[in-house]
Design a protein around this ligand. Structure first.
Ligand code: SF4
Length: 346
């Protein structure tokens, strides 16, 4: 619950508004998971809360730990829907990759999550709770959230198809009486829900944006990411241009490009991508190249390291910053495009 709603709820139970702040801090800052553990509340009130409300709606079914330290959590909602969250450790800047939907309605051809279809949107509470569960598992309950924690909305689902709940969750997580993970530490990735890119650009407290591109022509993108048939590249790039206008000083935004062996990874593909950015005069962007994490039953292969290096240097020779993202947690089906509620590790 956002704080204002929590205050109304507390008042409806005949309690003073400051109780809402106590509860908010207990749930989000100390990350307590049972009303009974909030011992600064009177016992009678704790009992009343437990009758009327839940703190927790997710349960962890499985946890997989990769040889590289990445952890994948397979959770379930109270109504039995799968939710996946990934913890990616890195010196001083751990990242939590959360899901915005159970499954995904988009049908990106290279993504295992697509095989699930959409099960349902996650609530704001279910989005926030993923992060709380991971932080408690990694650092222990009540331990302070490390300052370097980053969030990426790149797990299962298309965040912009669950826009309202996503933004509510991000605001709850940014609260300094709570997790205090500020927008500057958060990146949301969209497959290209164009009207929401415009809406997102207008939010004063918006986090960073990544747009998953993966193809530089409509012909190829229609095939790889069918959402392109709804909003084509011209429409998507026009929205990206508008978003560029909202960038703060020193900020850039990202295009993600999943590298699929023999499909979109030739130097000519790189030149087409550079020309596309040039056509829309996009300059404050960087390209993240993501080697595909192929898994059965997808019919794609990862690009060879040589092809990735050639693609990157072609972009750079045309003045575009490109980075190769190191895949993490491939062995436990935690890497990009692999979240399909799989109850196994490799
Ligand atoms: S890549 Fe993202 S948007 Fe596309 S199907 Fe997979 S989860 Fe959905």
């Amino acid at each position: 619950m956002p704080r204002a709603e929590l205050r109304e709820f507390v008042e409806s139970l005949g309690e003073p508004p400051y109780r809402a702040t106590q509860i908010f801090k207990a749930v989000h800052q100390r990350r307590l998971r049972l009303f009974d553990d909030i011992t600064d509340l009177p016992k009678k009130f704790r009992e009343k809360l437990a009758e009327r409300a839940d703190i927790s709606r997710l349960t962890v079914e499985q946890k997989y730990v990769s040889t590289d330290g990445t952890r994948r959590y397979l959770m379930k909602t109270a109504d039995g829907r799968p939710v996946e969250t990934v913890f990616i450790p890195a010196e001083g800047r751990d990242t939590i990759c959360f899901s915005s939907q159970s499954g995904c309605p988009l049908k990106c051809d290279f993504c295992l999550t697509a095989k699930l279809g959409l099960l349902r949107n996650l609530t704001a509470g279910e989005i926030v709770e993923q992060i709380i569960i991971v932080l408690n598992d990694v650092y222990g309950e009540a331990a302070e959230t490390p300052h370097g924690t980053n969030l990426v909305g790149m797990g299962a689902g298309e965040p912009f198809l669950n826009f309202e709940n996503l933004i509510t969750a991000l605001r709850i997580m940014a609260d300094e009486d709570g997790l205090f993970i500020v927008p500057n530490r958060v990146t949301i990735s969209t497959a290209g829900i164009v009207p929401k890119i415009y809406e997102f650009a207008k939010l004063p407290d918006r986090p960073h944006l990544a747009i998953s591109l993966t193809a530089a022509t409509d012909e190829l993108r229609d095939r790889l990411m069918p959402i392109n048939k709804r909003w084509n590249l011209d429409e998507l790039m026009a929205a990206a241009k508008e978003f560029e206008g909202s960038l703060r000083r020193g900020e850039r935004f990202t295009f993600e490009y999943v590298m699929l062996g023999g499909v979109n990874d030739s130097p000519e593909d790189a030149r087409k991508l550079a020309r596309l950015l040039d056509k829309f005069q996009l300059s404050r962007v960087k390209i993240n190249l993501i080697p595909h994490n192929g898994a059965e039953p997808l019919n794609y292969n990862a690009s060879s390291p040589d092809a990735v290096a050639r693609f990157k240097s072609t972009l750079e020779s045309m003045g575009i910053d490109a980075y190769v993202r190191t895949p993490r947690g491939r062995d436990i089906y935690a890497a990009c495009g692999q979240l399909a509620a799989m109850e196994k590790a490799a």
